[in-house]
Design a protein around this ligand. Structure first.
Ligand SMILES: Cc1cc2nc3c(=O)[nH]c(=O)nc-3n(C[C@H](O)[C@H](O)[C@H](O)COP(=O)(O)OP(=O)(O)OC[C@H]3O[C@@H](n4cnc5c(N)ncnc54)[C@H](O)[C@@H]3O)c2cc1C
Length: 492
């Protein structure tokens, strides 16, 4: 089957009837429910873009010759790597980088794990074959995916098997001839309930010991598998117009707790079963983390371009562009953008084929970028907040402009240096939704946490960094310093 259209994406969700719960109720049809229908429309627009720009978004399947999504490609040259990144950025532009889980993020993951599958064979060659087949299945059917990697917080001071209720974290219940039975809870599936399937994988950061083997699982199943429930957090799309909530009314992806109650997973969908050692190495040894980081950095460049654009429009709108600290804050965002672009350039132009023949970006560049952006993103949001000041709270709704009694008042009161009141409020509502609304606050929280805890990622980064050359540099420098020392008594 070729790459899917937006209509096909929506039809599949309608047919699937997965068990999705929100605001205390079971959802009958996510495609028409107010909490999901707008983001589903935005996702559909991404799939439609594949056919609006096929030269950028599609390539010929190596197995069927059908046009399939470019973001599934196994790049074998730098040109193909760049082509995949351009497809990612094409999608990112449609949401201004607000949809962290546009399908390309996990398409890169299944590609990497499907190709570099030897690790899964350590337990049984069947698992490697499963990963390979799943990549092909996902690519050929343009499967949309969510994923869930972490266990509920409960008590982080204790291992999973030491928890008061050790059956809460997702665990293996039974191995059967035809598959496995699993039960328990996983967090936190962004877009949970509005994709075709769910990937259950280990954490990219947290490492487990063999005592946690019953929890060490990796598999992929359809969202509508019996026993799977998506319990979604309250929606930040309040059903208001896109003028009032320019981002939340279109790109509210949602985040879900996922419950598994005696769920059957057939063997052909299992990649790791009860092996912490394999789980600990899954993302790194398959290079999945590198290909996912490539998508993230490409997407975040688009997002930073948008933040910069909003900041510059806001500065101009209220005439604050000549103040020194305002320029300096604009510069901060520009520097982030240029630095991210440099990381991406280095990653792509230093790319090398890995042992599976995949053109793999330079991880040193991407690893620095993926560790740095979560730390700097809150500052970008803060800059918009500081520069917007009262303008981010003096935000009448569109309806206020159309009210006979107050319409003219708000139009006059809200006028800016270069824009009228109506245009200024529209811009400031965008800046507010980007940084301060529930949607905006989630964006900051998302960028900080989605790839794992930045503190522990930073610790792993420090431990893995090649430090010796720098220490040696200083040691040699100190040696040369010694040779010019003249004791004071030798001067007389
Ligand atoms: C908006 C959003 C969307 C997300 N989407 C997804 C998704 O789609 N799929 C998915 O799988 N996950 C998703 N996540 C979850 C994300 O992977 C986790 O938030 C992240 O891995 C951190 O884990 P945690 O939240 O369990 O934090 P915890 O591990 O519970 O940490 C809580 C705090 O305690 C500290 N801490 C805990 N243990 C240690 C330790 N051993 N050493 C040092 N400090 C420690 C941490 O630094 C942190 O400050 C999402 C998160 C957010 C916020």
């Amino acid at each position: 089957m070729p790459a899917k259209t937006g209509k096909q994406y929506v039809e599949r969700l309608k047919r699937a009837k997965s068990s999705v719960y929100i605001h205390g109720e079971k959802v009958d049809d996510v495609t028409v429910h107010p909490a999901f229908r707008n983001v589903i429309r935005s996702m559909a627009a991404l799939y439609d873009r594949q056919y609006e720009k096929p030269e950028k978004m599609l390539y010929r399947s190596p197995t069927t010759g059908q046009p399939v999504g470019m973001t599934f490609i196994q790049p074998t040259t730098i040109e193909e790597l760049i082509a995949r990144r351009e497809a990612t950025q094409e999608w990112a532009r449609l949401s201004a980088g607000m949809m962290g889980r546009s399908p390309d993020y996990l398409n890169a993951e299944v590609m990497a794990m499907g190709v570099a599958n030897d690790l899964f064979a350590e337990d049984d060659p069947m698992f490697a074959e499963n990963a390979k087949n799943y990549y092909e299945y996902a690519r050929e059917n343009d499967i949309s995916l969510t994923h869930t990697l972490i266990h509920p917080q409960m008590n982080r001071a204790k291992a999973l098997h030491e928890q008061k209720d050790a059956d809460v974290p997702l665990h293996l219940v039974e191995r059967r001839k035809d598959g496995i039975i699993v039960s328990g809870i996983r967090l936190l599936a962004t877009q949970g309930g509005i994709t075709d399937e769910i990937l259950v994988f280990p954490s990219t950061v947290k490492k487990s010991t063999s005592s946690e083997d019953p929890y060490a699982l990796a598999f992929a199943i359809p969202n509508n598998t019996p026993g799977v429930k998506f319990i979604c957090r309250e929606a930040f799309d309040y059903g208001r117009s896109a003028w009032d909530h320019p981002l939340a009314a279109r790109f509210e992806e949602g985040d879900a707790i996922v419950s598994f109650e005696n769920v059957f997973v057939p063997w052909e969908r299992v990649f790791v079963c009860g092996n912490s050692s394999i789980c600990n190495r899954t993302f790194r040894e398959t290079n999945a983390v590198i290909h996912m980081s490539h998508q993230v950095v490409a997407k975040n460049i688009v997002k930073t371009e948008f933040l910069l654009g909003v900041t510059l429009c806001l500065i101009e709108a209220i005439g604050i562009g000549e103040f020194q600290h305002v320029k300096d804050k604009g510069t901060e965002i520009m520097l982030v953008l240029e630095t991210m672009k440099s990381h991406l350039y280095r990653a792509e132009h230093n790319a090398k084929r890995d042992r599976w023949g995949t053109m793999t970006p330079d991880f040193a560049a991407l690893d620095a970028a993926r560790n740095w952006y979560p730390r700097i993103y809150p500052r970008l949001s803060e800059i918009i907040r500081i520069l917007g000041a009262s303008g981010l709270m003096a935000i009448p709704t569109e309806a206020d402009f159309h009210n006979e009694e107050i319409g003219d008042i708000v139009r006059r009161a809200m006028q800016g240096a270069t824009v009228d009141g109506y245009e200024r409020v529209q811009l400031f509502r965008l800046a507010w939704d980007l940084t301060m609304s529930a949607f905006g606050a989630r964006q900051t929280h998302y960028e900080y946490y989605f790839f794992g805890d930045p503190v522990r990622m930073g610790m792993a980064y420090f431990d893995g960094y090649e430090k010796e050359p720098y220490k040696q540099f200083v040691r040699e420098f100190l040696c040369t310093a010694k040779s010019v020392f003249i004791p004071s008594d030798s001067k007389s």
